[in-house]
Design a protein around this ligand. Structure first.
Ligand code: EPU
Length: 338
């Protein structure tokens, strides 16, 4: 366990927002978490669990003790007749882990290539992209309870996964430090190609039976084309969730805006493309201070340089108001605002 004080969090959040952590503890193992719990001062202090910092908006300095999860490791746990079970330490980079699984010949995570952040954060918001969500590949995870210091293993039911949501954003928020995550990659492997942009790649290239690496390469190309690289332009991915509405509400909006991009879901609800709505309100390229709406994808806010958290939130609120004014829909931020 390594404890530091007065640590700048700017390098540790992908939006590149300035904030200082009074105390930061690097967590490299379950034992490190237990040491925090057993420490007289740290044990009682309020805590914030930080992964890759790719899904947070820092609006102020952090008086909480920041636990920066850096648990390493990746391995094949077990090969079954119907699946490979693979595991990674919570501190591993998500994308590097996906690439490793493909190199090792364990396909199944390719649609989730290039998502920023760490393995430990991936179940918290049930990451998803290009027709696949983490919950479809999740096996179980290990963590340590911050109140008791006891190790826990949590399966899919208890995770209560939803769209960009899980129990770790609710009753277990700030309570369990996730240290390892296991994934179930089904055999035989089958490609997931239902997403429009992947179907387009199949049509363009004529490759109608792509392998997992080919799909990863397409996903990487699509993401690079549409989404800003946080190394070059600070951002936290999609800034708002795609709102869910009833079919009646959707019909009402279509009546006024026939072009609106929407996806009927199996449960009867309809998902609306927030990026389309923000774009339709004319927000692409608009800015408040250093915070701006990305010009190729209106759902992504970026740091053009020197942005501070309050500018990001002023811009976000103005977008929410204009979308509400035109569509009667309240957009909900996707990253955690601190
Ligand atoms: N659109 C516009 N203008 C825009 C942005 C989007 O018209 O400025 C339209 C697009 O043309 C498309 C539709 O809106 O018809 C949806 O856009 P896109 O396919 O880019 O996906 P999204 O719904 O905006 C979601 C996820 C992304 C994920 C992509 C691909 C959420 C909040 N976002 O974005 O996830 O990569 O689908 O699966 O669900 C993230 O969560 O951080 C993230 C990047």
């Amino acid at each position: 366990m390594q404890t530091e004080t007065g640590v700048s969090l700017k390098p540790y959040n992908s939006f590149g927002l300035p904030a200082v952590a009074e105390t930061l503890v690097r967590i490299r193992s379950d034992a490190d978490v237990r040491r925090v719990v057993d420490d007289p001062a740290l044990g009682r202090a309020p805590k914030f669990i930080l992964g890759g910092g790719s899904n947070i908006i820092l609006t102020r300095d952090m008086p909480q003790t920041v636990l920066k999860v850096e648990v390493p490791g990746r391995r094949l746990v077990e090969e079954r007749d119907d699946a490979w079970i693979v595991e990674a330490g919570a501190g591993e980079s998500w994308h590097d882990f996906v690439m490793w699984t493909l190199e090792q010949g364990f396909p199944g995570l390719e649609n989730l290539a290039l998502i920023p952040g760490t393995v430990g954060a991936s179940p918290v918001q049930n990451i998803g992209a290009y027709g696949l969500e983490l919950r479809e590949r999740f096996e179980s995870l290990d963590g340590v309870d911050l109140r008791t210091g006891l190790g826990v293993t949590i399966g899919p039911e208890m995770c209560a996964f939803g769209y960009r949501d899980s129990v770790f954003k609710h009753s277990l928020a700030g309570r369990v430090v996730i240290t390892r995550v296991r994934f179930r990659l089904p055999k035989p492997w089958r490609p997931v190609l239902g997403y429009l942009e992947l179907e387009r790649k199949v049509a363009e290239t004529g490759v109608d039976e792509p392998g997992a690496q080919q799909i990863a390469d397409w996903v990487i190309a699509i993401r690079r084309h549409k989404l800003p690289d946080p190394q070059q332009l600070g951002n936290a991915g999609s800034f708002f969730k795609n709102p869910l509405v009833s079919p009646e509400q959707c019909r009402d909006i279509i009546g006024r805006d026939p072009e609106i991009v929407h996806y009927p879901l199996p449960d009867g609800q309809v998902k609306l493309a927030a990026g389309w709505m923000i774009d339709a309100c004319g927000w692409k390229g608009k800015s408040v201070g250093g915070a701006a709406v990305y010009d190729k994808q209106a759902l992504v806010l970026v740091n053009r340089g020197g942005a501070i958290g309050s500018e990001v939130m002023t811009l976000a609120r103005a977008i929410q108001e204009s979308v509400y004014g035109r569509f009667g829909i309240r957009l909900e931020p996707e990253p955690v605002v601190l």
